[in-house]
Design a protein. Sequence first.
Length: 321
Amino acid sequence: MNCPNCQIVILPTDRFCEECGTSLAEESLPPQTQGCSKCGSSPVDIDAEGYCSNCGFRNHSSNSDRFEVLISNQLAGVCDRGLKHRQNEDFLALQTIENPHTHLMIVCDGVSSSQTPELASQTAAKTSCEVLRENLSQGSEDAIRVAITSSLKTVSAIPYKPNINADPPSTTIVMAVVKEKVATIGWLGDSRAYWIAPSSQNSQQLTVDDSWLTDMVKSGKMSEAEAMRSPNAHAITNWLGADVKDSAEPSIINFSIPAEVGYLLLCTDGLWNYVPDASQILALVQQAPIFNAEVISRHLVDFARSRGGHDNITVAVLCFP
């Protein structure tokens, strides 16, 4: 038996969901006829798209709980709500372009403390994919910078209420433009890119988190173990949102794809919180029943769910050769 609001497992004798507080005394109404699940406003304050006119929260829609993007056996991804969150605030966009042959990968994780994070992540991913495609002739690095600038504008334009106790719509982003055996990767926040090779020695995390933890360790003020014990351990220091204005400058790297079988993997912290090291992800990839992008993406997402699914989970995989 599952809670009708957040879907975690409940007992038949439970009167309230311990996770989200939903009353279980009677069958819950669908979200559009319920009050706001975040601030408690009445159903009359919820518009046709699920937005609360008082706090700006978009109430849960099951259509986005899990979706898969299958471009080919080489490129695919899965975006899943997980088991604990009320809604899926991650988003994923993938595309393969010919002439020149180029793969685009974008993964976003809406910031839960912000208003309408699910709209922020979706807007950023869709905008970035379109802008990357239109600007590839400028070169991969410049295309990423233009995509970040455009995404910042579109995310910042999402309506929000400035006078409530929540940040403007915000999201992390990691993207890759893969062309001629070079992956150009740009990011803001703590969504990650990994190279997963046949051996743990050659597998590696490619991105460096924009996070409080990273800053503390890099400055020498704390060890990683000390920083991990802090309540600020998962606080990000860069993102897309109206409150960062023009300071959203992405980190960008170029990674030469080795001449071996391997996988470029982009993911949100819903996966890497369980398996932060590239060697751990490699071990999971090696357990996949079939070595193509679709199966590997599903396998990794389902692993995170099996470990508790405490966050939304998104994985995108590009296979080589």
